[in-house]
Design a protein around this ligand. Structure first.
Ligand code: SAM
Length: 449
């Protein structure tokens, strides 16, 4: 019988889907963050429940062969990355297994194969950064990521998973903002102004946008500072101000104002030119997203006469490449700024067989009379709404492509789509959009029986 506060020695046998090492004492399962399969460790038990316990790593007795020295100096504090201590090859194996295990456990699927995971570089991959602001003990402005499981900010002057061209901007812009003396927004009191410092970079063009999120309009000379940044950093093409008065964890508010340069950057993606903004959705890992979307298009074996509906289409990052290969595509997305950009992106690429509709997928899709040959789903983490799944059951397209960043909701929705034996899983392709973290992207192709 184990007790809270006890020190135990334990072998780590597995890694859970939320990224913690898993070991056992008798038959009790113990989860220990910052460990990996093959470690023998000493841990302090900090929570003991009937079915499981949580431990804190105290000492590594024998390190696993998969254990490496983190490439980030704040890896043990920052909650941004959970797997800096695991070698990249093993991270990929864990993710592939996670997809297989989740589709089996939650989806009840038995007869399917998970293909090799798509991956590229394990550092410097993120094209977007959003750092919350805070105030350090000596009163200086800080910006960074939250400490794991808290809202305490770990101050950062660089981050190894960001595109390295963004690193020089972080410390200098923080310094400039500190000199402007703008009060930092306090989540508890809801007072103050500065909320987030955000960057977006076009990986293939190098163009950068700087966006400052504030709680309310202020006259702290940001408008005078913006052109200075534009001049100082040749790759910066725009500085914008986003207002977010809401007391929630959502980073961006609805209103964005241009301070200098332009509201958008240009990016080359999948052989096309895209315009995107800091606050509109764009896959954070440009290179691996390109590879996954190419895989989807190849796997569909398109003949050129297909009608496609792309639900949750964003700025058209998959809609437009696919439009070049089929008869027509309709993209549906609830963010009206994203749809404005999607329409603009269609025009600048001379693509005229697409139609973009602003609206909620669960409202617009059930009302459509068009019968598509292929429906693409790429919802946020919470997965598709029941109305979308129900309408797919009625429309019965020949193929459904489901691109997901959350294996559990993917498995739940695929189970619903396949429960009447209408569809069968044809292919499953995981992709590592988020190295050093526990997250995994997956594309699944379902074919009608
Ligand atoms: C994971 S992103 C995918 C975007 C796009 N397929 C891409 O790869 O760039 C999900 C998108 O769904 C949109 N979205 C979220 N909930 C929605 C809903 N209920 N109806 C329509 N769009 C929604 C978000 O604004 C976001 O652009």
């Amino acid at each position: 019988m184990i007790r809270q506060g006890e020190l135990v020695e334990i072998d780590i046998e597995d890694v859970s889907s939320d990224g913690n090492g898993v070991g056992k004492i008798d038959s009790q399962v113990i989860f220990i963050p910052h460990t990996v399969t093959g470690d023998r460790i000493q841990a302090k038990l900090i929570k003991v429940k009937k079915k499981y316990a949580q431990g804190r790593l105290e000492k590594i007795i024998n390190p696993s062969n998969h254990r490496i020295r983190p490439r980030c100096i704040v890896a043990d504090k920052c909650g941004g990355c959970k797997w800096q201590h695991i070698d990249y090859q093993h991270q990929l194996e864990i993710k592939k297994n996670q997809v297989k295990e989740t589709l089996t456990r939650i989806g009840d699927f038995t007869n399917f194969e998970v293909e090799d995971i798509l991956a590229d570089t394990d550092l410097g991959y993120r094209n977007k950064a959003s750092y919350p602001f805070g105030v350090s003990q000596n009163g200086n402005l800080k910006a960074g990521y939250y400490r794991e499981g808290s809202h305490q900010i770990v101050n950062l002057n660089q981050c190894p998973i960001q595109d390295e061209r963004l690193n020089p901007l972080l410390a200098e812009i923080k310094q400039d903002l500190q000199e402007l003396g703008i009060p930092v927004y306090d989540e508890n009191t809801k007072k103050g102004i500065l909320r987030h410092l955000c960057f977006r970079i076009g990986k293939n063009t190098g163009e950068i946008l700087i966006t400052i999120v504030i709680s309310k309009p202020s006259n702290f000379k940001l408008a005078e500072q913006a052109p200075i940044w534009l001049e100082r950093y040749p790759n910066v093409v725009g500085v914008t101000l986003n207002y977010n008065p809401k007391p929630t964890n959502v980073i961006f508010g609805e209103e964005t104002e241009l301070l200098a340069g332009r509201l958008y950057l240009k990016e080359e993606f999948a052989g096309l030119t895209f315009t995107l903004r800091t606050e509109t959705f764009f896959q954070v890992n440009t290179t691996v997203a390109e590879s996954l979307f190419k895989w989807v298009i190849d796997a569909l074996n398109l003949q050129g006469n297909e009608t496609v509906i792309d639900l949750y289409c964003g700025i058209g990052a998959l809609t437009l490449p696919i439009a070049q290969k089929v008869d027509s595509v309709m993209g549906i997305e609830f963010d009206k700024v994203a749809i404005e950009l999607a329409n603009h992106n269609a025009v600048i690429n001379d693509i005229d067989n697409v139609r973009f509709v602003v609206g909620k997928a669960e409202v617009v899709f059930p009302e459509l009379t068009t019968i598509a040959d292929i429906v693409i789903l790429d919802p946020p983490r919470k997965g598709c709404q029941p109305e979308v799944i129900e309408s797919l059951g009625k429309m019965k397209p020949q193929k459904i492509v489901y691109v997901s960043c959350h294996p559990a909701t993917l498995a739940r929705d695929l189970k619903l789509l396949c429960e009447n034996n209408d569809y069968v899983i044809e292919r499953v392709k995981p992709a590592d959009f988020f190295p050093q973290t526990t997250h995994v992207e997956t594309a699944v192709i379902l074919t009608r029986r």
